[in-house]
Design a protein around this ligand. Structure first.
Ligand code: C2E
Ligand code: MG
Ligand code: MG
Ligand code: MG
Length: 276
């Protein structure tokens, strides 16, 4: 009996692993040719200075409507693209698309746009060369670009990452640490890195009003960052209570559904902060 139960368990386990693998393989296959078939587009989420009530910039977020799979969220396909190496092509597409969208949209033309760069991409300089080429040919002003990197990039390949981030700064772009507080970086990394912004992960922001420890963390991160000359952006603020708390603690910028969801190019032109 024990043997049979064990076998039963094993095959069940085997089945779920296989189902997961098959999903990954399907996503990987569907990604092939997706750029050429125009399946990607960008949406832009405003970042707001809560004191002056002005939009300080936008984060470009990737959307994929797959011919084969329908809508797939970035949380699902970005990790697959990192594993397959497709992320390098996707990011090239993102950088070019930001340049195009800026030319097309009166709202974006002079705005600062943040783009996400995966930790794995610091092993090569492909994305950096693309940014440099567009900047040097006048197609995209790097001074209007903020590069968002997670703490993992700092921990995984510190020297290479540091070298690339210095080059990013030389181009005039800004650097933000994304999802701060969820990785394993120590504060000493922050001191070494030429960063201008720190984005507090939304898991801390969402418990404001519910969890005193998270409030203490948010408040302390803001104070520490300011002492180091780094500005703070809070992600994922949804309620009035969260926004007032963040503002009262001196948080420089807020990004979240409270102000706006990520917007398509068409919806961007119609969006006004006064309506919030
Ligand atoms: P992220 O860079 O931390 O982006 C913020 C995510 O939080 C976005 O999810 C955004 O839609 C969501 N968000 C913003 N405000 C709120 C809020 O008030 N409440 C809630 N519940 N969520 C909010 P999204 O667009 O699904 O992207 C997920 C992640 O996928 C991003 O996290 C980023 O790590 C990755 N990603 C998205 N686009 C790109 C890209 O072009 N390149 C790379 N490498 N990664 C990307
Ligand atoms: Mg981001
Ligand atoms: Mg983030
Ligand atoms: Mg996040």
């Amino acid at each position: 009996h024990a043997k049979e139960a064990g076998r039963g368990c094993f095959s069940f386990f085997d089945f779920t692993i296989n189902a997961r693998n098959q999903k990954l393989i399907r996503v990987k296959q569907a990604m092939r040719g997706a750029i050429e078939r125009n399946e990607y587009h960008l949406v832009y989420q405003p970042k707001v200075d809560p004191k002056r009530l002005v939009i300080t910039g936008y984060e470009a977020l990737l959307r994929w409507n797959s011919r084969d799979l329908g809508y797939v969220s970035p949380a699902e396909f970005i990790p697959v693209s990192e594993e397959s190496g497709e992320i390098d092509h996707i990011t090239d597409w993102v950088i070019h698309q930001v340049a195009l969208d800026k030319q097309r949209s009166p709202t974006l033309i002079d705005a600062n746009i943040a783009i996400n760069i995966s930790a794995k991409q610091f092993r090569s300089t492909k994305w950096l060369n693309t940014l440099r080429r567009l900047n040097n040919t006048g197609k995209l002003d790097a001074k209007q670009i903020t590069v968002e990197v997670t703490e993992t990039a700092l921990v995984d390949s510190l020297d290479q990452t540091l070298d690339q981030l210095k080059q990013v700064r030389r181009l005039g772009a800004s650097i933000a640490i994304d999802d701060f507080g969820t990785g394993y970086s120590s504060l000493s990394y922050l001191k070494k890195m030429p960063i201008q912004y720190l984005k507090i992960d939304r898991t801390f922001v969402q418990d404001i009003g519910r969890d005193e420890d998270d409030q203490t963390i948010v408040q302390t991160v803001i104070a520490m960052s300011h002492a180091m000359g780094i500005k703070v952006i809070a992600e994922g603020a949804e309620s009035t209570e969260q926004v007032s708390f963040l503002e009262s603690k001196g948080c420089d910028e807020i990004q979240g559904f409270y102000y706006s969801r990520p917007l398509t190019l068409e919806n961007l032109e119609a969006f006004h902060l006064d309506d919030v």
